[in-house]
Design a protein around this ligand. Sequence first.
Ligand SMILES: Nc1ncnc2c1ncn2[C@@H]1O[C@H](COP(=O)(O)OP(=O)(O)OP(=O)(O)O)[C@@H](O)[C@H]1O
Ligand SMILES: [Mg+2]
Length: 281
Amino acid sequence: MSSTRVIVVANEKGGSGKSTVAMHIAIALIKSGQRVATIDLDARQKSFTHFIENRRAWAKQAARELEIPDHFCFGKVQYPTAEDEAVGCKALTDTVDTLARTYGVIVIDTPGHDSYLMRLAHSLADTLITPLNDSFVDLDVLGTVDPKTFEMTGTSHYSQMVQVARRQRQLDKLSIDWIVLRNRLSTISSRNKRLVGGGLQELSRWLDFRCVEGLAERVIFRELYPRGLTAVDDIDDITLGTRPTMSHVTARLEMQNLLGTILLGEPRSSLVTTDHHRAIG
Ligand SMILES: Nc1ncnc2c1ncn2[C@@H]1O[C@H](COP(=O)(O)OP(=O)(O)OP(=O)(O)O)[C@@H](O)[C@H]1O
Ligand SMILES: [Mg+2]
């Protein structure tokens, strides 16, 4: 059995932070000493691909050594026939199998809508990370809510799709470690934040996911894109184009905590043997 970990970042919801999280995890893992390959399944938008291209261009321009993953972008046919789907799925499976011979981690970013490649990616995932904005609109893809009591009343389309992927993996005696990452959290407490948090805790027991208080709403997660930089990069005037602030430092800590949480869930990998918190530097 391969010890390569496939990390899929997915949510059947646009704009929840998938590409941002995929990029940060990939760079943080390279910094911790892993060989990382990345795959963008959102071939129309290509945010993940452009993020990496921007990083390569900035490294050249600023004459800096920046860690760059080996990257692949996967197109899908817009109105696929059954044959197109079979060809696309085989190509993705073969690519992941081939990459698994060389790389310790494969990070896959997915589009925010259902597609055959996105569904297949779920069934390839050792670790599934679902970033979720702190809103009942976003929670709706995981479960339904009672409007009077705000208690969860059932599961929804996306969480049911994850359960199907889990069952597929179980046939091969594999599992998916599912992490729901609360993204763009407000730093001030609010009734909405508490209620969404309560709903997620309840759902985590029903659906068997780990809920992580992931990343706060921070400008740094948006402003670094043109240079392809991340919050885990060394912070200085040249890389950021601005002086580091407490927000930068806190964002970096949040990412390190997230990485620790991701690595905790993997029993068959050698990743957990290093002190990754210190190693990400
Ligand atoms: N923690 C954060 N704080 C502030 N802005 C954020 C944070 N996470 C993501 N963003 C911003 O939110 C927007 C959506 O993020 P991103 O493109 O990563 O989401 P996505 O889920 O990949 O979207 P899509 O479904 O369109 O592919 C971007 O403008 C990004 O910079
Ligand atoms: Mg995206």
